[in-house]
Design a protein around this ligand. Sequence first.
Ligand SMILES: Nc1ncnc2c1ncn2[C@@H]1O[C@H](COP(=O)(O)OP(=O)(O)OP(=O)(O)O)[C@@H](O)[C@H]1O
Ligand SMILES: [Mg+2]
Length: 405
Amino acid sequence: MAVGLDIGTTSIKAALGEITYGQEVNILGVCQASSTGLRRGNIIDIENTANSIAECLHELQRLTGVEVYNAVVGFSSADILSINNRAVIAVGNPGSEILPEDKERVLKSAQNIPLPPDKIVVQKVEKQYIVDGYEGVKDPIGMIGSRLEAEVSVIVAKTAAVQNLYRSAERINLRIDRCIYNQLLAAETVLLPAEKEIGVLLIDIGGGTTKISFFEKGSFVHTVVLPVGGEYITRDLAIILKTSFDEALRIKEQYGVASPFFVEEGITVKIKNIQGNGTREVSVRTIAEIIQARILEIMELIQAQMESLGLMCKIPGGIVIVGGEALLPGMVEVIEECLGFPVRIGIPENVRGISGDFSVPQNASAVGAVAWAAKNMLLAHDGNNYARFNRLFDKLGYFVKDLFS
Ligand SMILES: Nc1ncnc2c1ncn2[C@@H]1O[C@H](COP(=O)(O)OP(=O)(O)OP(=O)(O)O)[C@@H](O)[C@H]1O
Ligand SMILES: [Mg+2]
């Protein structure tokens, strides 16, 4: 069994799955609860975050009948960034076999990036190894060579953001098995190996943030987090339509469309005024125009990032979108039009047991966390390393410094 949690700005999502050797992960339950302690992906209230997580996990326990004590936790915050780095070492025994110690040594050296004290490495992703000049090696152990190079991508977050996450979990006695940037978790379940090989962009448009990650040659390469998301659209609807945030949210989720192009003329909906004591008729076209304007702004920000990362001619695998805003009808077409690449919605795949209602783009990271746990447990199993893997999970408990493992 493994539990995946995704700590979002608007909601916490949780998934519980059964892991059996040689079989697809069997998802036994998925649920979500409102998140009240975050702003733009950052925890700003530990008590409220802890309560939101507890509410979500109680629901998961009620659904599955399984008690939850620990979870793989996905998170993101507006301060996350990725740094590419490489390191080279001389293999212990020149001309002989590369041992696990050599791999560990070169990886340690590659993630050794000088950071200010308020920043911490939360993940290192191995991109490739180069053995005596031969590129593209995924695992160098057992190969013969004298010079071992590693290329890694390191994900860096604010130390306080990670500590606040651990603090929130501690409040409710939840043990964090691993704390992972949630785009890496979503990628586990929505991206196809072929897409990751040729170059694909994963875009998560959540409530408080928009995250974009580029994958190529089978691995993660870059990520950027933008401090805007669906709440930006909702807030603008509320201001322009002179209504409350909650009413604007209802209108967006029930009648919202990503572009007026998809709206029939003449359709109107009733909107409560800000005091909640009267209603007004507003055309669905006007609502779509407001939403589209904000989406175009978010797309401009994404395009600027893609240009600065040099991605405009590097994503033959196209774009996969996740996050709640992917549910807006017409979103795929609008993004295709703005960014000029084929777009599809990423829903959790390569797992079974997940019913239609939960097979939605905002559950990608929570379900992906279970898939991530399964992959790592089974890898450890394959390498007769199961006990070591379990020890690793134990050790990671509450200690932020151990995140480097
Ligand atoms: N059916 C829908 N149509 C349009 N928007 C929707 C719909 N359902 C949810 N949303 C929007 O999706 C957003 C929430 O998405 P999601 O759950 O992915 O965000 P989050 O993970 O809580 O936030 P973040 O990832 O930014 O920290 C909200 O802005 C919400 O209004
Ligand atoms: Mg999210």
